[in-house]
Design a protein around this ligand. Structure first.
Ligand SMILES: Cc1cc2nc3c(=O)[nH]c(=O)nc-3n(C[C@H](O)[C@H](O)[C@H](O)COP(=O)(O)O)c2cc1C
Length: 352
């Protein structure tokens, strides 16, 4: 087994173990993906990655972080995604949509304006989270229980639109300090009702959404979840790897097929904790202790390193973000370096 051994998640067959990690491009208008998204995602499919994941895609307008993020709450967006899906499929790659709600981390300016809070004139909206909190200058209100129920419906509607657009899978973004993470981490969740307090109450929103989405999408379609395996916060309230393992077990029982083990999202991560492959121990522990398929992410930049992760069974897929920005052909280049034969786009054969 190596980086180029195919793998099946339910009926989705991946030709190798390399995934384009979701990366916000802040290049959309009204949540509609455009030419940039087609070329960004399409190039990595041409470059040989087996699974292309979209950037976090909001299930409702209030779920955006900035007004330049993409969405899947209307049919105009769905139709624009379809074009991208078709192109990726023509490259013999699979594509998944990362479904997302930013919760309290919304109503922000573009990164080129340093993601400061939007003003009213610029279109600021009321953000909501598990609990009333100040998210770096944006004051979030606490979601009511009936609003939580409505949000679950938004995720199901988003998933169904993704299915309609031809996506092969959907991934719930439950990490990086966004809405699901704002529920399961006690750092943010201070509720006293059935969605706060104990571990089981804090994971309830994510688990119930998983149950609803699983019921809605085809049986043959894998369901993926990205979590923050740890908060990287030294606090009694911080979310731990042990918590993640317990969560992964429950997600698996509820029909989740694959978990990418990322981390953080509420604060800047201490630089000492970030080094090549720094989050591999999370994917390894979750895989070993629950038997669920996992993805490793974080500073994976080299063919040999990526291959070792698979050979050592530290994870089932290697999820590559920034190296894919530097090199859209990371997968093809990796095959060359590892001296493994792989398919090339016929248009480019004369170059490789
Ligand atoms: C520009 C950029 C945008 C990102 N957007 C997302 C996103 O939409 N969803 C997500 O789960 N992670 C997002 N991430 C995190 C990456 O997917 C990945 O977890 C992180 O960059 C670490 O992997 P790397 O060292 O390979 O870059 C983003 C990262 C970057 C650099």
């Amino acid at each position: 087994m190596n980086l180029f051994t195919p793998i099946k998640l339910r009926e989705m067959e991946l030709k190798n173990r390399i995934v384009l990690s979701p990366m916000q491009q802040y290049s959309a208008r009204n949540g509609v993906p455009g030419n940039w998204h087609l070329v960004h995602l399409g190039s990595r499919a041409v470059g040989g990655a087996a699974l292309i994941l979209t950037e976090c895609t909001a299930v409702s307008q209030e779920g955006l972080a900035t007004l330049s993020d993409v969405g899947i709450w209307n049919d105009e967006q769905k139709n624009a995604w379809k074009n991208i899906v078709d192109f990726v499929h023509e490259q013999d790659a699979k594509i998944g949509m990362q479904l997302w709600h930013s919760g309290g981390k919304g109503s922000l300016k573009h990164p080129n304006e340093r993601m400061k809070p939007l003003t009213k004139e610029e279109g600021a909206w009321t953000v909501k989270s598990s609990s009333a909190q100040d998210f770096n200058g944006v004051l979030a209100e606490e979601l009511t229980v009936s609003e939580i129920q409505e949000l679950k419906v938004k995720f199901v509607e988003g998933a169904l639109r993704a299915v309609d657009a031809g996506f092969d899978t959907v991934e719930l973004h439950a990490g990086h300090g966004y809405l699901f993470h704002q529920f399961y981490s006690a750092v943010i969740n201070k509720r006293n009702d059935e969605y706060g307090g104990s571990f089981h109450n804090r994971i309830r929103f994510l688990v119930e959404t998983v149950q609803d989405v699983r019921k809605a999408i085809p049986e043959s379609m894998p369901l993926l979840v990205r979590i923050s395996a740890v908060d990287y916060i030294e606090s009694e309230e911080g979310w731990t790897l042990e918590n993640s393992i317990a969560l992964a077990e429950i997600l698996k029982e509820n029909g989740v097929d694959f978990i990418t083990a990322s981390g953080g999202g509420f604060t800047n991560v201490n630089k000492d904790l970030v080094y090549p492959g720094y989050q591999i121990p999370f994917s390894k522990a979750i895989k070993e202790q629950t038997g669920i398929l996992t993805g490793a992410v974080g500073m994976i930049t080299e063919a040999k390193q990526a291959n070792e992760i698979i050979v050592n069974s530290d994870a089932d897929l290697v999820v590559v973000a920034r190296e894919h920005l530097r090199d859209p052909y990371f997968a093809i280049h990796s095959a060359k370096e590892l001296e493994i034969e792989t398919d090339l786009p016929w248009q480019y054969k004369r170059a490789f």
